[in-house]
Design a protein around this ligand. Structure first.
Ligand SMILES: *[C@@H]1O[C@H](CO)[C@@H](O)[C@H](O)[C@H]1NC(C)=O
Ligand SMILES: *[C@@H]1O[C@H](CO)[C@@H](O)[C@H](O)[C@H]1NC(C)=O
Ligand SMILES: *[C@@H]1O[C@H](CO)[C@@H](O)[C@H](O)[C@H]1NC(C)=O
Ligand SMILES: *[C@@H]1O[C@H](CO)[C@@H](O)[C@H](O)[C@H]1NC(C)=O
Ligand SMILES: *[C@@H]1O[C@H](CO)[C@@H](O)[C@H](O)[C@H]1NC(C)=O
Ligand SMILES: *[C@@H]1O[C@H](CO)[C@@H](O)[C@H](O)[C@H]1NC(C)=O
Ligand SMILES: *[C@@H]1O[C@H](CO)[C@@H](O)[C@H](O)[C@H]1NC(C)=O
Ligand SMILES: *[C@@H]1O[C@H](CO)[C@@H](O)[C@H](O)[C@H]1NC(C)=O
Ligand SMILES: *[C@@H]1O[C@H](CO)[C@@H](O)[C@H](O)[C@H]1NC(C)=O
Length: 421
């Protein structure tokens, strides 16, 4: 696909590594709990497919209100043509018994046009069936899918917003299958008829985790916008995700982790040189990170009982972590020293060690040379891609992994290094 090649060329010429010059740019030193994903909607880069039920169950008043409210929400975003970085695109499909394409991603170039399309949406006056839902989804999947060459259709992160009031005549199995499609990693379901138990069950089940929102929630449009910005924040490797008890949903952070294992290592190489370019040894600056890295990065499943963290002494003997730009900052309030160890113990690096399966990984000071400690594992961190970090900046993992991710949607959990010269 010629257009895509053009975009990638532009992107490659911009790859310089993560810039943290902006003091407002969230980084680990300023956000030890977890790096917040950007909420700068004006810089989002999403392909948003809106699939809207216009059957009589939804009704004219709801369709009108949804159109107006979505237009109001989307007024916070910037839209652009195919290759404009930091812009989003919108496509709209409505359905009752039949699916009806209002406009695809190429139809509209600015908010004025999108807004007028949204506020002009009309409900059917006589069609109570929702049978067209699966055809509408099929169309949306085609938009966000891969072209026949296996290239992704755009550099943008795809998302489908399904707004439904009934499942009348819908082949639910087909819909469930469609939601399993690898490209539908960001399906938002908006339940416009929460009193319909069947609809509620199906929508809750097919949505991406915590992307099921409901009309009964007063913040429904804010919830949709939250999901959009969360979708625009991703890693190619494991991504810090923490259950938010107050909001009752999983919150993703802009922190990506990857286990690096070495088969062997030169005696002169330190643990702080074990990560690939663009990654740094992990800064375990909160309990949430500690738990995530150990449980959700599958360290136990990989048989890892010890790993090097990024905590090391700098030239002045001060304990420091790495930030995403490779700069360092001092050890903060969160520590998890093993018994018999503290910041005064000998050793310039730190290993986190679990004495048995399913027990915590506790910190021990150690030599910085894996060849001496025989600890050949480390967890590496990189900043997620989000609305302020385009895939041009080596975010979320490496740029060249972007296509692979698009193709198989499999998160990379670890890298194994052969002994290198
Ligand atoms: C939006 O795009 C249309 C069609 O390209 C154009 O006529 C119109 O002037 C644009 N509006 C704005 C506000 O840019
Ligand atoms: C529904 O109404 C439209 C126009 O409003 C009409 O064209 C169509 O034939 C009607 N369909 C049925 C099943 O009555
Ligand atoms: C759903 O997907 C499964 C496995 O891919 C397939 O066997 C089944 O026929 C599909 N069902 C429908 C209704 O499409
Ligand atoms: C809900 O689903 C069940 C089983 O599929 C069906 O028997 C029932 O009629 C459905 N109820 C509604 C309100 O659609
Ligand atoms: C989303 O789905 C889960 C179950 O999968 C449910 O517990 C939760 O209440 C749903 N959220 C909303 C807002 O409906
Ligand atoms: C080490 O201390 C010296 C003298 O206080 C200071 O100039 C230098 O910047 C410090 N190095 C680091 C890495 O903080
Ligand atoms: C540890 O770091 C200090 C500087 O902080 C250095 O003087 C010392 O040689 C290092 N120890 C080892 C064993 O490398
Ligand atoms: C440590 O905790 C104190 C009090 O809770 C807080 O004021 C301070 O900012 C924290 N320091 C770091 C580096 O997180
Ligand atoms: C660190 O540990 C050593 C030996 O266990 C102990 O003597 C020392 O008091 C501890 N220091 C702090 C600051 O806890």
């Amino acid at each position: 696909m010629m257009k895509l090649i053009g975009v990638i060329f532009v992107m490659l010429s911009l790859v310089t590594g993560i810039q943290l010059d902006d003091p407002d740019d969230p980084s680990i030193r300023t956000h030890p709990f977890g790096t917040p994903c950007s909420t700068d909607t004006k810089k989002a880069w999403l392909d948003i497919a809106i699939v809207l039920d216009v059957s009589t169950t939804m009704g004219a008043a709801n369709v009108k209100q949804i159109g107006l409210s979505l237009a109001s929400e989307l007024s916070n975003y910037a839209f652009g043509t195919y290759d404009q970085l930091f812009t989003s695109r919108v496509g709209i499909i409505t359905y009752a018994s039949q699916a009806n394409v209002i406009g695809d991603f190429y139809q509209w170039n600015n908010f004025t046009e999108i807004s007028s399309a949204l506020v002009s949406l009309k409900a059917s006056t006589n069609d109570s069936s929702a049978k067209g839902l699966t055809n509408a989804m099929k169309q949306a999947l085609k938009w966000i899918g891969l072209d026949e060459d296996g290239d992704s259709s755009s550099f943008r992160e795809p998302i489908v917003i399904l707004i439904a009031a009934s499942l009348k005549d819908v082949n639910v199995q087909v819909l469930q299958n469609q939601s399993q499609n690898l490209n539908v990693r960001n399906l938002i379901t908006v339940n416009w008829n929460p009193s319909d138990a069947n609809l509620t069950k199906v929508l809750n089940e097919i949505a991406a985790p915590s992307f099921n929102v409901s009309k009964s929630d007063k913040t429904v449009y804010a919830d949709i916008s939250w999901a959009l910005m969360q979708a625009n924040c991703f890693c190619i490797t494991a991504q810090l995700s923490v259950y938010d008890k107050a909001k009752k949903r999983i919150q993703k952070y802009a922190d990506c982790y990857l286990l690096n294992q070495w088969d062997g290592i030169e005696p002169t190489r330190t643990a702080m040189e074990m990560c690939d370019e663009g990654y740094w040894n992990v800064a375990v600056t909160s309990n949430a990170k500690q738990i995530f890295v150990e449980k959700d990065d599958f360290l136990g499943d990989f048989g890892v009982d010890s790993y090097y963290t990024g905590l090391h002494r700098d030239e002045n003997g001060t304990w420091v972590w790495f930030d995403y730009d490779g700069s360092t900052f001092p050890l903060g309030n969160f520590t998890d020293w093993d018994q018999g160890f503290n910041a005064s113990s000998a050793g310039n690096c730190t290993i986190a060690h679990a004495y048995a399966e399913n027990t915590p990984y506790l910190w021990q000071t150690s030599s910085c040379y894996p060849a001496r400690t025989d600890v050949m594992n480390t967890v590496c961190q990189s900043r997620a891609c989000d609305a302020t970090h385009m895939i041009t900046t080596n975010c979320g993992g490496a740029l060249e992994k972007w296509k692979t991710r698009k193709e198989n949607n499999v998160k990379q959990q670890k890298i194994v290094h052969k002994i290198s010269e």
